[in-house]
Design a protein around this ligand. Sequence first.
Ligand SMILES: Cc1cc2nc3c(=O)[nH]c(=O)nc-3n(C[C@H](O)[C@H](O)[C@H](O)COP(=O)(O)OP(=O)(O)OC[C@H]3O[C@@H](n4cnc5c(N)ncnc54)[C@H](O)[C@@H]3O)c2cc1C
Length: 495
Amino acid sequence: MECFRLFACCEELVCEIMLALRSKPDPRAEKRQVSARVLSLSDAKHLAKLPTASRGWPQRPSKTPAKPSPPIPERRALGRGHLQRRRSPHRQNAVAPCPILRHRHNLTNPHPQNTWAHPSSALAEFRRLHLGTCGCGDLANACAMEEIAIVGAGVAGLTAAWSLARQGFAPVVFEKSLSLSGRAASRRRGDVTFDYGANFFRLDNPVIEKLIRHELPTADLVEIPGDVWTFDASCRLTPGDPKQNAEAKYTYRNGISQLGRLLVQSSGVEVRQQTCISRFEQHGKRWTLVDGEGNDAGAFDRVVLTAPAPQSLEIIQASTMEASLKAGLASVLADSRYHRQFSFILGYQQALARSQPFHALLSTDSGCAVAWLSFEEDKPGHLPKGQGALVVQMSPAWSDQRIDGDRQALLESVTREVESLLGSDFRPPDWWDSQCWMMAHPAKGVDGDALKAGQAHGLYFAGDALHGRGRVPLAMQTGLAAAEAIKRSMESNQG
Ligand SMILES: Cc1cc2nc3c(=O)[nH]c(=O)nc-3n(C[C@H](O)[C@H](O)[C@H](O)COP(=O)(O)OP(=O)(O)OC[C@H]3O[C@@H](n4cnc5c(N)ncnc54)[C@H](O)[C@@H]3O)c2cc1C
């Protein structure tokens, strides 16, 4: 299997060399090729360390025949971005992104339709597309396409990318971390999966419901059984709001971050992970993105900024652009505030008993130390039978006072608080984990209408700050709105 992986990496290098030979010399293109090669080699090392199952690498027993490449029409049905991300008139000499590299970005890829089955079939696809042997007439269309960058691969950014890909654009998503889905975050520990950011999402918004239920694969979408009860400062537990409890709560069998991965896999959009964008440079109608190391990350016609508002503010403040535009955007973004919040995960080889039939407990008093407590074993597929894990989200006030605290010492305080809620059912955990979210939920949102001033210059904004409430579907909606605004602007330019 290791030889097989090395062979795949060699094939990618061959792809890039072939592309380099076909393109005319262009210093910027050469720079991109060099960084692509560096990425290839470092990714190869990284991939060699990852467990095979978490990579979407072909799980190929030697006797299983390689899965044939799907015929072209079927692939086009997956999303036009698949075939349309080719040379644009702005980059005649530039090297188009190699589809093999793009597939490799999908580190977990359980959706079979979009799984790269065998490196040589991907290479064949690459040859058909880049050496012009497929007879595909869509290449002419591709030349007319705008280049769009999206900063942030949270659910807002990836929903914007998904929607743009459906409309025929080929956006490039830049994500500073290695993972997809942002604060809709899951972690694995052995055979345990837990959601340590957003705990669940509801499908009460018909547009988002349609996207999740009908546009994305649903094989791993699971409903979380059980009600959310409430508690007050005296730790008195009461059944929660019946109306709220009547609404279904969802996550994915393999964690809520599967939502982000599905958006990428079903649209085929390119995500450049571990690329932190630090600033933009406005050059006429185009924007050059600069990464944290000062490298040119590419020039684009339009940029969608989806980082939490305080981080977007830092990018805008560091950027070079028209002074009045910069001042206007910065003053809007500076208005937003985010809560900080600790999540603790308390794991048990044998799940805790429960005196009442609740799935989760929600505080009704902001003075309580614990804001949310839920039983991760209730989520289908998250824990092996019999094991348990509590997700404990501490209140913003508690978290603010302890933001630099030693985690082991904080754990003791967390367990005391949980014990006062669960009483004799509680016992200390067998293992634990924690995360401090410096920007957990917007405490104060931004004026989304005021940020539209950027649109005339090709700058768009999305993310939960635009709704002023930390909710997965609301953040996704802002991504759809940004994509729609780009589409409308393109139509009015053409009209
Ligand atoms: C502890 C917690 C509990 C929550 N519980 C729920 C819940 O139960 N239900 C619910 O619906 N919602 C919940 N939420 C809120 C929900 O997770 C968020 O509202 C939603 O995920 C926000 O998505 P987003 O895309 O706007 O932002 P994010 O998820 O923050 O995505 C932004 C992305 O941008 C990236 N980024 C930032 N700066 C840069 C840069 N300079 N360059 C490149 N990339 C960059 C970040 O790494 C991140 O991936 C919870 C959140 C937290 C933290």
